[in-house]
Ligand binder design. Structure first.
Ligand code: TXA
Ligand code: MG
Length: 316
């Protein structure tokens, strides 16, 4: 069931049930993070491997000390600056945070979402919410209640409707690394240069090949149709026998076997493109197209974050 009743959502969560919640990034599949039964249900509903840890959503920075030990000043400064907002930070956890949430890691990922309904809900309950994106594992993330309903509707007690997610892309994830740097584990709308403007420690993008944030494994964010990423003209040529769905940044492509086209921002605005990305992929997946082709975005800032998702969702 979908609706806007925050009290009902809070009640269900208190009973250990799952509720899909709106956030400014994507919809989350939320449960009481301190209740291991609820956390297990999250993994099961998503068919998510247990080695992939969950983000803790809290109502405000002052809640942080309940769940984490003392943290580097630089991380706290970034939390103060960007919370509520699409930044997730890894902190050393206290024992109250169960190992199942962090997949055995001594670090827990935390963020304060900025969607007003999510914040109101978090203020009504006295526990943090564990919430991964509300999609089946590996599939495109949901940015509208209808996406959640279609993919996971039967497994969730309630979908709290907060409209279309404003940012449309998952939060940026950072940690403090052993070289005293701020390391970006997952790129998002808050970019390396946004972080560097605030932090005095160097901000670096993770080069690690280990699956440190398993959202970084290849074959993520994938539509069910094959998606090809690269130079669209060349892809159009090589896929001439197929009905093609196209996704571009700002230009319309010509081609007689194009059956569906999504332009993410006609005006060339990367924020707008990011916020349309997943909903466009959902529409392409539902269209008549047999395959999807998508172009490479300008490789800086938010464009790099978009490319990262497209590479992980594509087959080539
Ligand atoms: O914007 C978002 O972050 C959304 C909304 C709902 O808040 N949530 C989200 O959650 O994207 P999820 O579970 O789909 O992605 C969380 C990512 C995963 O790649 C996970 O591996 C990583 O965060 N992560 C969580 N806890 C971690 C930890 N303790 N250490 C390293 N990576 C962690
Ligand atoms: Mg996810």
């Amino acid at each position: 069931m979908t609706g806007t009743d925050i009290n009902y959502a809070a009640e269900l969560l208190k009973q250990g049930k799952l509720v899909a919640i709106p956030t400014e990034t994507v919809y989350g599949l939320a449960g009481n993070a301190l209740d291991t039964e609820a956390v297990i249900q999250i993994f099961e509903a998503k068919q998510r491997p247990r080695f992939n840890p969950l983000i803790l959503h809290i109502a405000g920075l002052d809640e942080l000390k309940k769940y984490t030990t003392s943290a580097p000043e630089q991380l706290l400064l970034l939390a103060e600056t960007f919370w509520p907002g699409p930044l997730t930070i890894l902190f050393e956890k206290k024992v109250i945070v169960h190992d199942i949430v962090t997949a055995g890691s001594p670090f827990v990922a935390v963020r304060v979402p900025r969607h007003p309904l999510a914040l109101q809900l978090l203020r009504k309950i006295d526990f943090p919410l564990a919430a991964p994106s509300a999609n089946p594992f590996g599939y495109i993330s949901p940015t509208e209640p209808a996406h959640v309903e279609k993919q996971l509707g039967e497994k969730i007690a309630y979908i709290l409707d907060g409209g279309k997610s404003e940012v449309g892309m998952e939060s940026t994830i950072i940690k403090w690394n052993s070289q005293n740097q701020i390391e970006i584990l997952r790129q998002g709308i808050i970019t390396q240069s946004d972080l560097q403007m605030v932090a005095s420690a160097p901000v670096v993008v993770s080069q690690s090949k280990d699956v440190e944030a398993p959202g970084m494994i290849k074959s993520h964010y994938a539509p069910s149709k094959k998606m090809y990423y690269g130079i669209t003209e060349a892809l159009l040529m090589s896929l001439q026998s197929k009905k093609i769905g196209v996704m571009t940044f700002k230009n319309i492509l010509q081609g007689k076997n194009i059956v569906h086209q999504e332009v993410l921002s006609a005006g060339g605005n990367l924020h707008e493109a990011a916020s349309n990305l997943f909903s466009a992929l959902h529409r392409l997946d539902e269209s008549d197209a047999e395959v999807i082709i998508t172009e490479k975005f300008p490789e800086q800032g938010i464009g790099a974050a978009i490319n990262d998702k497209l590479i992980r969702g594509s087959v080539n």
